[in-house]
Design a protein around this ligand. Structure first.
Ligand code: FAD
Ligand code: NAI
Length: 467
């Protein structure tokens, strides 16, 4: 039986990054993955394939709607969904192969099969052909991720009632798609198909889209997406979704409690994800999943069985690849005897629509609830020369700063390239910058980053220069 310092179950961004860091620190490491390809949800059916399709559909959308104004005339434009999906598959294969290369380079043993606990130090690996092997680890890291969630009545049949996984592999452009949930997946994958010509109608339980973000984002972004053709049915409670062969019928209760129905070719269920621990036999290691299906951990990501840790989507907190990665590094360093640090307040969130949406730190609602007195600096993207040059004028940048100390507490934005712009705010906040610090930094002209400076100026003393 092979013995290791660390055995990691699950090869998503949490597991594989943790494995690399363990190996860098001189720990003999093994990783177990039930699928043949490494990389988990993120690389196979999450971040990477969705961004590949977002990029392809964005090119098509621009070519269809914006090129002519730039003086570029095209005729006979057509979206070839099969080629888009094929390119996406190639991107996924290359990226997954990259993880295998990194495992080999770092001398990490990869075991393929379902990992399950035999006891707190032993893991059984069951291959697809049923063959069983066992390995031991002084330390074990659970990094088994998450799966799509759904509620009674909306069970995906994976044909017409689909999850993100099937939506990333459609072989036709639907005429109409219903999307349950105006969260990240609903808006990103809704954008992919909306840009290709599909009519998108979103059915959402909450009164605003992206309900967990700063409320100013939801209000402004609704207007932008409506212009792109999205239809929103807010405050609707979905009762059931039925596959009628060539179409789906969704029944919901509206605000007035009246029954309403919607019909489309497909219904994408995007109401969140749930932690995944199936097949792990947690009980053999003295563990159990909590009511939300998560593995409980303390502040050091350690379970109640001290040599077993858990990271990423399977534990509490944001279900994000970069959060999983940071936790993977944290646990590896902790096992190696170091004293790592992870700032959960500064994990940025990004929605990769166009314009992009990005945020870090506290929302206005959170500051109000905590009784913190704050100032707001707001800057509209349309006031930037660069935005006019590229015709990407939608959105705003908003900076929240402490009223007394001027420390930046939260940054929220809808803007072209917001996914990259947000990092300036994350860096500044990591060093506990004030709004004035950010405002006094020289920003290159003409760029979108000038919007960050202007919002910081606005937060400082209402001193924005270009409004
Ligand atoms: P996972 O990536 O889920 O990996 C867990 C792995 O464990 C899987 O490979 C699974 O097969 C394996 N496993 C499970 N049980 C066992 C077992 N018993 N034995 C062996 N192996 C097992 N996040 C972002 O930050 N940015 C994005 O742009 C983004 N886009 C997304 C788009 C979509 C459509 C989806 C669905 C998610 C997206 N996410 C994004 C979220 C991101 O994918 C997850 O937060 C991230 O993958 C979590 O990483 P993880 O390592 O915890 O788990
Ligand atoms: P989500 O939590 O972002 O959004 C779910 C939405 O569904 C919410 O708006 C919620 O109010 C709504 N909802 C819940 N129950 C409902 C019901 N019964 N009827 C109607 N609406 C209902 O979850 P989503 O979009 O499924 O994404 C799952 C996870 O994947 C997220 O936590 C996210 O962190 C991660 N992800 C991250 C991405 C990124 O970082 N760009 C991209 C895609 C996913």
């Amino acid at each position: 039986m092979s013995s290791y310092d660390v055995v990691i179950i699950g090869s998503g961004p949490g597991g594989y990054v943790s494995a690399i860091r363990c190996a860098q620190l001189g720990l003999k490491t093994a990783i177990i993955e039930k699928y043949n390809t490494l990389g988990g949800t993120c690389l196979n059916v999450g971040c990477i394939p969705s961004k590949a399709l977002l990029d392809s559909s964005e090119h098509f959308h621009n070519a269809t709607h914006n090129f002519s104004e730039h003086g570029i005339e095209l005729k006979g434009l057509k979206a070839n969904i099969k080629q888009m999906i094929q390119r996406k598959n190639d991107v996924v294969s290359q990226t997954c192969a990259g993880v295998k290369f990194l495992m080999d380079k770092n001398k990490i043993d990869v075991h393929t099969g379902v990992g399950s606990f035999v006891d707190k130090n032993t893991v059984k690996i069951t291959a697809v052909d049923g063959k069983e092997t066992q390995i031991t680890g002084k330390n074990i890291i659970i990094a088994t991720g998450s799966k799509p969630n759904y509620f009674p009545g909306m069970e995906p049949d994976k044909k017409r009632i689909i999850t993100s996984t099937e939506a990333l592999n459609l072989q036709e452009i639907p005429k109409k798609m219903l999307v349950i949930g105006a969260g990240v997946i609903g808006l990103e994958l809704g954008s992919v198909y909306g840009r290709l010509g599909t009519e998108i109608e979103v059915i959402e339980f909450a009164p605003t889209i992206l309900p967990t973000m700063d409320s100013s984002i939801g209000k402004e972004f609704t207007k932008i997406l409506k212009k792109e053709g999205f239809k929103f049915q807010m405050e609707h409670r979905v009762q059931k979704v039925e596959n009628k062969g060539k179409s789906v019928i969704l029944t919901a209760l509206n605000k007035k409690n009246e029954e309403v129905t919607f019909e489309a070719d497909y219904c994408l269920v995007a109401v969140g994800r749930k932690a995944y621990t199936e097949g792990l036999a947690l009980e053999n290691a003295g563990l159990s999943a909590n009511q939300r299906g998560q593995v409980e951990v303390n502040d050091h990501l350690q379970t109640t069985t001290p040599n077993i840790y858990a990271i990423g989507d399977v534990v509490r907190g944001a279900m994000l690849a970069h959060k999983a990665e940071e936790e993977g590094v944290y646990v590896a360093e902790l096992i190696a005897g170091q004293k790592p640090h992870l700032n959960y307040n500064l994990i940025p969130g990004v929605v990769y629509t166009w314009p992009e949406v990005a945020a870090v730190g506290k929302t206005e609602e959170e500051l109000k609830a905590a009784g913190v007195e704050y100032k707001v600096g707001n800057f509209p993207i349309k006031a930037l020369g660069r935005a006019r040059a590229s015709m990407d004028t939608g959105g705003f940048i908003k900076i929240l700063a402490d009223k007394t100390t001027d420390e930046v507490l939260g940054v929220h934005m809808i803007a072209a390239r917001a996914a990259d712009l947000i990092m300036e705010a994350v860096t500044a906040m990591e060093y506990r910058a004030s709004a004035e610090d950010m405002a006094r930094i020289c920003h290159p002209h003409p760029t979108y980053s000038e919007g960050v400076k202007e919002a910081a100026l606005a937060a400082t003393e209402n001193r924005a220069l270009h409004v």
